[in-house]
Write a new protein. Structure first.
Length: 343
């Protein structure tokens, strides 16, 4: 939510007024209030039945927007229904691989990656009504903080000459953390590097992952602090990031966060990471379900510090040039201007 708040504020600086509608009782409403952004709350009585959202009809009648822009599939269904009946174009951000019915009333789709764009085209949405606009990241807030890095390493019990490979996300099967653990064991067996594996997150596969770690005899080498509210200190404390997903990621925001933090990054060759990483230039791509491929890329990055640093620097440049809040705000403004002439 923080990145989207920054995007809304940046759009405001570009003379685009936003009036946010969100659920009551969540953290977003509180943050919008803190930032003095205009908003109101709305809770639909029956989530799967947009006709019951008559309060939203009143909101758009009162505010009279030029464009309605949604960011979640549930919101897309409600806003699409009422926007179409009010004659207001509804632009919808698509950041997953959704079913078609959520977006059937959209005037235009903004997909978070070319992979999601292909998915929507496959569902029958016309290509001329879809464009890819990447998710933004507030890159400046990920600038390296050496004090935080040192404090985090000390808290984790990592000594100065140890490297850290980090992975982060929900512990579910398709995220591929078992493959990362297996790859890490292969790396230990074939490298003289002193390196720890740091896994951030929680989820239904946690016990299974812990059992795998024990079976491989690497309990002393793997650190699992659980879910963390702020990932940045852990990224700054680390050296290499891995996104080992077994299925295509719609985008992969944590990959962008890692690159913005100055980490050489490795990701599986599917979905959003293909739009983000140019293999061997600003990161490394590996085949899905190939523990050996992950281990080989990690060994290269660990053994060749100059290469690792070069990859990391180019990764940071990529984030600033392609994924900054300012750049993504400009892209949104271009789309809005197609539906309403902006001054």
């Amino acid at each position: 939510g923080e990145t989207w708040i920054r995007l809304i504020k940046e759009l405001g600086r570009k003379q685009i007024q936003n009036h946010v509608v969100c659920k009551s009782g969540g953290t977003l409403a509180g943050r919008l209030k803190e930032e003095n952004l205009t908003f109101e709350t709305f809770d639909i009585p029956i989530s799967w039945l947009p006709q019951t959202g008559t309060k939203f009809r009143k909101i758009i009648a009162d505010f009279s927007p030029d464009v309605i822009h949604t960011r979640l599939s549930s919101a897309a269904r409600i806003a699409g229904y009422w926007g179409k009946r009010a004659g207001i174009p509804v632009i919808q951000t698509v950041d997953k691989f959704p079913k078609a019915h959520y977006h059937k009333d959209a005037a235009f789709l903004l997909t978070c990656s070319d992979s999601v764009k292909s998915h929507m085209e496959g569902l029958g949405f016309p290509a001329n009504k879809i464009t890819t606009i990447f998710n933004p990241v507030a890159s400046k807030s990920y600038s390296f903080d050496s004090n935080e890095a040192e404090n985090t390493r000390n808290r984790l019990g990592v000594v100065p000459d140890e490297k850290i490979i980090i992975g982060a996300g929900r512990f579910v099967d398709w995220k591929g953390f078992d493959n990362l653990i297996e790859a890490y064991k292969l790396l230990l067996d074939n490298s003289q590097q002193n390196v720890k594996l740091l896994l951030l997150g929680d989820g239904e596969e946690k016990n299974k992952l812990c059992a795998l770690i024990r079976s491989l005899g690497i309990e002393k080498n793997v650190i699992m602090p659980g879910f963390v509210q702020d990932i940045r200190p852990y990224l700054w404390a680390s050296d290499i990031f891995v996104l080992p997903s077994k299925e295509p990621e719609p985008f992969g925001i944590v990959l962008i966060e890692a690159m913005a933090s100055g980490l050489a990054s490795v990701a599986t060759k599917a979905g959003g990471p293909i739009d983000i990483i140019e293999d061997g230039v600003n990161g490394c791509l590996v085949e899905i379900d190939s523990c050996k491929d992950i281990a080989d890329k990690l060994k290269i990055l660990l053994d060749d510090e100059n290469y690792r640093v070069r990859i990391a620097r180019r990764g940071m440049d990529t984030v600033v040039n392609k994924f900054s809040v300012e750049e993504i705000a400009n892209r949104h403004r271009e789309i809005y201007s197609k539906f309403k002439k902006l001054s």
